[in-house]
Design a protein around this ligand. Structure first.
Ligand code: PLP
Length: 389
């Protein structure tokens, strides 16, 4: 079976893990944690970084640091992994789901602007949802598939209401925005180093920012809000620190960041070059304002093909190819069915037409050729049959 995405651990991972064991620094204090934070802030163009146990815990911490409180509302795109919404819920706040744009599959700045103009009132200098009477606390664009959102525009719109922007850049370590490092644009940017990401720590996350106050708060919250070296704590904190073992793997991966991203981009291009003549499909978007990290690659079926993605996956599986649908939107998930939302035309139109294809950074040319051959055969046949019906 050609897998969908497996990590490439052929750098210094083993060596650094052995160093952790030899030194006994296996827990949350250690040189690899410090080194990883330096590497992550360097590729982000930020002065500071805090490494965390996961992307979700990084998001939760970042939202709290940005001032999100119980009963607030936080604006997110509906088209995201559920962790974005869950992190909002972990703060006791509720998500407000916004549509994405077709050109990037990231939060639509136009729809954000329109929603805020129509539904927000300012009370004592703070933005409130006029009907729900809840304070709005933050805007969270998601860098879908490693595509940066149009962050300049989103920040400008958010600033009219005094809203901080927390970017969920889970899969976008190393992305570029307007020829510059994408990680430095939002007030806080959050990454995931989960096993399926281009750069992995097994599990892990990071928060980056140029705002020292925000970062100090994030570090404090994620390390149990301890004051000094004894058992003194000044608020309810969280045990969200990354371990030296996770960071050891992360450092070895970050050393190869540019190589790993260039493999991802090559895979994206290969599928585009090899499958673009098939009628009834198109490819994942890449926004004109940035350079994607191309986390996943795959195809999108035209609506009139009436393709059921699960059926395509079954047929590809029989050919030895692992493939998958992609995210199901937040507002269609059981815990979030009643959330506030904008019109969600793009989200609802694309989410169940997306097929992700094998894209491990270590995939061989032979495996790509085999995948393309099977995808071509299965898709052409299914599209033709559906058109005949
Ligand atoms: C957009 C997005 N946000 C947040 C997360 C959560 O990260 P983690 O799995 O490290 O908690 C993910 C993970 O896939 C993600 O894709």
């Amino acid at each position: 079976m050609i897998p969908l995405a497996v990590p490439d651990l052929n750098g210094n991972e083993r060596k650094y893990l052995n160093e952790c064991i030899d030194s006994t620094f296996v827990s949350s204090v250690g040189q690899f944690v410090v080194r990883l934070e330096e590497m992550v802030s360097a590729v982000s163009g930020t002065a500071y970084a805090v490494a965390t146990s996961a992307g979700t815990t990084a998001l939760h911490t970042a939202l709290l640091s940005a001032g999100v409180q119980r009963d607030d509302m936080v604006i997110i795109p509906s088209y995201t992994f559920i962790a974005t919404a869950n992190a909002v819920s972990h703060c006791g706040a509720i998500p407000w789901c916004i549509d994405i744009d077709e050109a990037s599959w990231t939060m639509s700045a136009d729809i954000l602007e329109d929603e805020l103009e129509r539904k927000v009132v300012m009370i004592d200098g703070k933005p409130y949802h006029s009907a729900l009477r809840r304070r709005i606390a933050a805007v969270v664009p998601v860098y879908t598939l490693g595509n940066p959102a149009d962050i300049d525009r989103i920040k400008e719109i958010a600033s009219r209401y005094g809203l901080p922007v927390v970017a969920d850049a889970a899969a976008a370590v190393g992305a570029e925005y307007k020829h510059d490092k994408a990680g430095k644009y939002a007030d806080i940017t959050v990454y995931s180093f989960n096993g399926n990401k281009t750069v992995t720590c097994g599990g892990g996350g990071a928060i980056v920012s140029n705002d020292k106050e925000l970062i100090d708060r994030a570090k404090h919250l994620s390390t149990t809000a301890r004051v000094g070296a004894d058992y003194d704590f000044d608020m309810v904190g969280y045990n969200y620190r990354m371990t030296n073992i996770q960071a050891a793997v992360g450092c070895a991966q970050m050393e190869r960041l540019h190589e790993l991203i260039s493999h991802k981009r090559r895979i994206r291009q290969y599928y585009r070059n090899s499958l673009s003549d098939i009628k009834g499909i198109c490819f994942f978007p890449e926004p004109e304002w940035g350079e994607s990290t191309c986390w996943f690659s795959g195809i999108v079926f035209d609506r009139d093909c009436n393709i059921k993605i699960k059926e395509v996956c079954e047929k590809l599986k029989a050919e030895g190819i692992e493939s998958r649908p992609f995210w199901k939107p937040v507002h269609l998930q059981l815990p979030y069915q009643n959330v506030e939302k904008s019109t969600l035309q793009v989200t609802e139109s694309i989410w169940n037409r997306i097929l992700t294809l094998p894209c491990s950074t270590g995939i061989t040319t032979e495996e790509l050729q085999q995948t393309v051959k099977s995808v071509r055969q299965v898709c052409t046949e299914m599209i033709q049959n559906n058109h005949k019906k």
